[in-house]
Ligand binder design. Sequence first.
Ligand SMILES: NC(=O)c1ccc[n+]([C@@H]2O[C@H](COP(=O)([O-])OP(=O)(O)OC[C@H]3O[C@@H](n4cnc5c(N)ncnc54)[C@H](OP(=O)(O)O)[C@@H]3O)[C@@H](O)[C@H]2O)c1
Length: 197
Amino acid sequence: MNMEHRISILGYGHAGASIAATLEKAGNAITVGLRNPGKLDGAVSIEEAIKASDIVIVALPYDAGYEVARQYSSELAGKIVIDMMNPLKADLSGFNTFNGNSGAEHVQQLLEDSTIIETFNHADAPVLANPRGALQFVVGNDASSVDTVVAIVKDAGFDAQGITDLSKTRELEAFAYFWIYFTAMQRKNMDLHLKLV
Ligand SMILES: NC(=O)c1ccc[n+]([C@@H]2O[C@H](COP(=O)([O-])OP(=O)(O)OC[C@H]3O[C@@H](n4cnc5c(N)ncnc54)[C@H](OP(=O)(O)O)[C@@H]3O)[C@@H](O)[C@H]2O)c1
């Protein structure tokens, strides 16, 4: 039986709106936090959304998400922060690393009292909206938080595979960049997904 979680999502663009709908359908209580909450019925400010849940998904462009994390680091302390951001370069010519660290590690260094889990960054928006068993890795340093998020991601309809080592997000973010290239540029179909067989 699915267990309901209170989950806040910061950002409601292609990625945030898609995963919000999927997680809500799976029975979770979703709070959406926006810089302009008037844009969406029921949305609240980013600060209110962070306070509303112990699990917070950051679905913002990387630089904006990092800035929000910096601004609200004390409010995010003790929470699971799901980082679904890919630190893409502004001209989309590649992705940024931070002294060899991934975007997720860079956020974890900033939020030392939060637990960063990276997932949902290597599926395109149509798959986030309709997972159909799509493979999705769930990566973080804390085993029990990885297990919690794996259960949420599975209940939402993905094949979730947990990895307890946040440094593996270096390769995962590189793969996510490759995956965007493959689906958007090569196949021109962002509704493709991977399956383990
Ligand atoms: N698109 C995908 O298929 C996909 C899949 C997986 C992961 N991702 C990742 O998800 C993140 C969001 O991507 P997206 O495609 O959903 O982008 P998007 O459609 O452009 O939406 C961006 C969202 O972030 C908000 N935002 C932008 N700048 C902000 C700021 N400075 N402060 C507060 N909020 C801000 C926007 O709010 P406003 O409406 O107010 O501008 C909007 O809600 C990215 O990191 C991306 O790498 C995307």
